[in-house]
Each structure stands twice: as C-alpha cells, then as structure tokens.
Design a protein around this ligand. Sequence first.
Ligand code: ADP
Ligand code: MG
Length: 367
Amino acid sequence: MTSDTVAPCEAYLDISDLWKSFGEFIALRDIALKVARGEFICFLGPSGCGKTTLLRAIAGLDPQSRGTIRQGGRDVSRLPPSQRDFGIVFQSYALFPNLTIRRNIAFGLENAGRSKQEISARVSELLELVGLTSQAEKYPAQLSGGQQQRIALARAIAVGPGLLLLDEPLSALDAKVRVHLRGEIKALQRKLGVTTIMVTHDQEEALAMADRIVVMNNGVIEQIGTPTEIYRTPASLFVAEFIGETNRMAGVYNDGRVTVGPVTLITGPRGFHRDSRVQVAIRPEDVVLRAPGESGDNLLSVRVAAMEFLGTWWRCLLAPTDRIGPELVANVSVGAARRAGIAPGKALQVEIPPDRVLIFPKGGADA
Ligand code: ADP
Ligand code: MG
C-alpha cells in the first residue's frame, strides 16, 4: 500500500472511501473521485451539502475521519497542509489588509525562501497575468471586490502549486463582475494547465466553467459527469431539478412508454419493470412547438395560458386543451414564438421528443 510508483494513467488526484464526521453528524460519506491532471472540476450542490468540507479535507485543513487522498501518486491523507501541494482561494478574499498588493502576492514566495530577485520577477509576472500591474503598491481595501479576488488568485498560484482549490471565489461579487471574472479564471486555468477544483452552489457557473461537475447532496456524490452529461442525462431527480428546470409529474412506466394521467408518451426502453411508478421530468426547453394538424409521436394539444418575456425566451404556461393531460411550462425562443404567432389563448401542438422524457424511480419522500 505504500508504493510510490506512479502508473502512467493514474489520476492526479484520487480520493477513495472518504468519510467525515463532526461528532455524531456525518458530513461526507463514501466519497470516491478521480481527477485527471489539468482538469477543471466543480463541486456543485446546495448550501450545507459538504462541498467546503471536502475541499478542506483535500487541502488537509480539516482532515477526513477516514479514507485516502492521493495526489500526484503520493498518499497525502495524513499530511499537514504545509506538506501538501496546493493553492487556495476563499470566498472572502482573505488578503492581508496591512500588506500592499505586491507583498500579498509575494507572501508564499517569501515563505518558500525564494531570493529577492526571483520574488520580484515572479510578482511582476503574476500582476501582469491578472491585469493589475498598476495596483501593486495599493492596499487591499483600496481595490474592488473583483480586483481583490484576482489578487487572491495570483497569490494562490504564485508558487506554482499542482492543485488549485477555489471555494466559492465569485459568490461575493456582483453579477457582471462574476461573469467576467469566471471567464478570466477559466482562461488562466487553461493557460497554466493547473488541476483545479472550484466549489460553487451556482449551477450556471458550474456548467460554464467545469470540465466535469461533481454534484453533491447531503454529504454524498449524486453524479459525476461533464456539463452536458449532467444536464442531458441526470442520474437522479435531485440532479435534474438542481441543474436546470423541470416539469415534474408522477407517471407509470410500461415497455418503453410512460403514462401520465390520460397521456401516454413514448420514451424507448429505460430499464424499469412493468407498471413501475415513476417520476417524469421534462425540461421547459425540451417542449417543442409543432404546427396544429401535424401528426407524430408524443404530440399534445395545448393552449397558451400565460406567457412571460425573459429576453431570449418566452416562458409559456401551456394548459391542456379540454383539460386532458398535464400543464407544462415551455421555454420558447423569441424567434420560434414569433414564427408560431404565439399569444395568450392560442391553441398549439407541442412535441416531447422521446429521448427528452427523463424518468426516475418514484422517491420515498414524495411517493
Ligand atoms: P457547503 O460548503 O456545501 O455549504 P459545508 O461543507 O460547509 O457545506 O458543511 C457541510 C455540513 O457540515 C453542514 O451541515 C455544516 O453545518 C457541517 N459542518 C461543517 N463544518 C463543521 C464543523 N466544523 N463542525 C460541525 N459541523 C460542521
Ligand atoms: Mg461552503
């Protein structure tokens, strides 16, 4: 078990059988995760699900109760933070208020005993990298939140760590700055090629930034996948509803079809037993407009009950004609809505493509 040889295709970060308890409370259970070198991973989940706890265990700031963490082929499970190889950025910037920007960035390099000359050159390089060269002699309080977070980032990558850990680095910033900085962080990460884990509770941020997303809930990993996998083929109703919106309905599955009230939708085989009671979820953008009179599978006759303008979308509430079938929310692009002449009260047909009907086991809690 103590072999330090690195197999060529071994994960850069390999977490297995990791548990964390605070007293009686189990904050993380049975966590297993492999991260490839250079990957950008997001831990995504609601507040309190254990994202920060897992990040802190990886850093050694708050060690796991049991389980193994290997980084770069080295078992770091029991090492203190100072002997691990990471840089970290917190939501709260955590810059030293009494040090200039330059000294803040230099801090880790000074601790590592680098020469004055080397430190000066490296700090200048980092200031340029985050676009804040002109701010070098200011103090943190003189910078905006977005600028402070860029400095925190520069400080975290100063010594060239193998792993960059970011705990909700954008959530204290206002929306515009957040979107801008997320592009910058992503570009910087690509440029440096540094393996990165970012914690966020913001699904859009995770979809936009991550190579792979680790969706967490109540101390467990619900799903690990690329943004498109997570979005298109959510592994659970929780994932489907946390990432993206859904129309959710109770149904019964039988041989490649699901029945919701009086409506039967073709789904193709899904591996449920006959007569399984299931939860059906349909994303508002997967409700497709069809001309009245068109024929095909999974067509529903509806009437536009209400519509809201959301800039790029109309969000339409569709009521079943003759009150037969489910109510649906549909996101219709502005162009498609114009072509179809959508207006409140208008009768329409919509199609639910079979592969877009998401089906999950009927959960215990809301069965
Ligand atoms: P997240 O970052 O996903 O919002 P955390 O990892 O901070 O969640 O917390 C996960 C759970 O563990 C929460 O229920 C939290 O209250 C609990 N927790 C975190 N740190 C401690 C601690 N030091 N002592 C006791 N409970 C803790
Ligand atoms: Mg947290």
